[in-house]
Design a binder for this molecule. Structure first.
Ligand SMILES: [Zn+2]
Length: 344
C-alpha cells in the first residue's frame, strides 16, 4: 500500500480512504471537508489536488502525492491553472451567487491542462442559499474530471441537498501531547519558545485547542502579539459586562473588537469561547477550556456572577455573531448588543 498524503498529519483513516479512492479512480466528484480553522482543511485540499494530478501517481515506492514532480511542485507553489480557489471576500460576510456562477461557468467551459480540474471553495458555509443552489446544479450533473472540494467550519450551514451529493470528511483535532510533538517538529519558533518561554508554549498548545495550523500561527511572534492584544480586549469586555458597567463603557470595550466583519466575527468567537469556559467551569467539576488555560483560571474571572446571567450574555453574543455573519450593519449590531448587555 502506498503511503498517502505524507504532508497531512494525523487523520490516518481519512488519508487512507481518500488515497485509495484516488488510486482506484473512484473519488467522488464533490467533497465537503469540515473542521475548525487551523485544523488542516486547506492542507488536505491541496494534497488531494496534488495527488489527483501527480505525474508519479502510478509509480511504486513513492508517496502519493510525490511532492517532486512538475505538477506537485506547481500545485504547492499555487501556480497551477487547474486548481482554483474561491474564498469569502475579506470585507464581506458571504459568498454570493455571482461568484459561484462564475466558478460554475469555468468548470463547464474551460479546457484542462491536466487530468483533473480542482475547484476549492473555502468558507463554504458563507455561501448564500442562492449561491448554494447555484452550486447544486453542477453537483447534480458534474462535468467529467472536475473535483469540487468545499471547506467549511460548520457543516450545519450547508444545505442538506449539497451534503447529500458530497462525501463528508471531518478533520481531526490532536490530543495536547500529540499536538506538542508535531508542533516541535514543524515550527522553529515553537522549538525556541520551549527553551525561552515554556509557559507561553503551554498557553499556545492550550489555546490552539487541538488545531495544528492554529498552534503554528500562535507561535509566530508577530501574530502572537496580535492574539495577545485580542485576548486582553476579550478579558476587558468580560470584565465590563460582568461588573455591570454602564452602556458607554460596554460600548467602548466592544468597539475595540474591530470594525472589519471578519475580524469582528473572530473577536466575538473568542469572547463566546471565553464565556463558555466560565459557564462550564461553574457548572461542572471537570471541564476542558478553550480560552483560559485552566478551569481554575476561568472560575476566578467572575466568581460572584450567576450562570443564569452568563448564559443570557452568551445568548446575546451568539445572536450578534449570527447577525454579523448574515451581513447585518456592524455598528447597528454592536449598538444593539451593548444596549441589551447593559440590562442583563
Ligand atoms: Zn507528484
Amino acid at each position: 500500500m502506498k503511503s498517502c498524503f505524507p504532508g497531512v498529519l494525523g487523520n490516518k483513516k481519512t488519508r487512507e480512504r481518500i488515497g485509495s479512492a484516488i488510486l482506484a479512480g473512484t473519488l467522488p466528484h464533490a467533497l465537503l471537508v469540515i473542521g475548525p480553522d487551523g485544523s488542516g482543511k486547506s492542507t488536505l485540499a491541496r494534497e488531494i489536488a496534488a495527488a489527483l494530478n501527480c505525474e508519479r501517481r502510478e509509480s511504486d515506492g513513492v508517496p502519493l502525492p510525490c511532492g517532486e514532480c512538475n505538477c506537485c511542485k506547481r500545485i504547492y507553489a499555487s501556480n497551477f491553472p487547474d486548481v482554483k480557489t474561491l474564498s469569502r471576500p475579506k470585507d464581506r460576510a458571504t459568498i454570493g451567487v455571482e461568484a459561484i456562477k462564475d466558478f460554475r461557468e469555468d468548470m463547464l467551459l474551460s479546457s484542462t491542462e491536466s487530468e483533473y480540474k480542482i475547484y476549492v471553495i473555502d468558507d463554504a458555509e458563507c455561501m448564500t442559499t442562492e449561491a448554494q443552489n447555484a452550486l447544486l446544479k453542477v453537483l447534480e450533473e458534474p462535468p467529467s474530471r472536475v473535483i469540487i472540494i468545499m471547506l467549511s467550519r460548520e457543516g450545519d450551514k450547508i444545505l442538506t441537498t449539497i451534503k447529500s451529493r458530497a462525501q463528508q470528511i471531518y478533520t481531526e483535532r490532536f490530543a495536547k501531547e500529540e499536538l506538542r510533538e508535531h508542533l516541535m517538529k514543524l515550527s522553529p519558533d515553537a522549538r525556541l519558545l520551549s527553551v525561552t518561554d515554556p509557559k507561553r508554549l503551554d498557553d499556545v498548545i492550550m489555546s490552539a485547542d487541538g488545531r495544528l495550523g492554529r498552534a503554528i500561527t500562535l507561535t509566530d511572534s508577530r501574530l502572537a502579539e496580535e492574539n495577545e492584544a485580542q485576548r486582553k480586549e476579550v478579558c476587558e469586555i468580560i470584565r465590563c459586562i460582568t461588573d455591570k458597567h454602564g452602556y458607554a463603557e460596554i460600548q467602548t470595550a466592544l468597539s475595540h473588537l474591530s470594525s472589519k466583519r471578519g475580524e469582528l466575527m473572530e473577536g466575538l468567537e473568542m469572547l463566546i469561547g471565553a464565556l463558555r469556559d466560565i459557564i462550564a467551569a461553574k457548572s461542572y467539576d471537570a471541564c476542558t477550556t478553550v480560552f483560559y488555560s485552566s478551569a481554575a483560571e476561568a472560575l476566578a474571572v467572575c466568581p460572584t456572577v450567576s450562570v443564569k446571567r452568563l448564559m443570557a450574555v452568551y445568548d446575546e453574543l451568539m445572536a450578534a455573531h449570527e447577525r454579523i455573519s448574515k451581513n447585518a450593519g456592524i455598528s447597528n449590531v454592536i449598538a444593539t448588543l451593548g444596549a441589551r448587555l447593559k440590562f442583563i
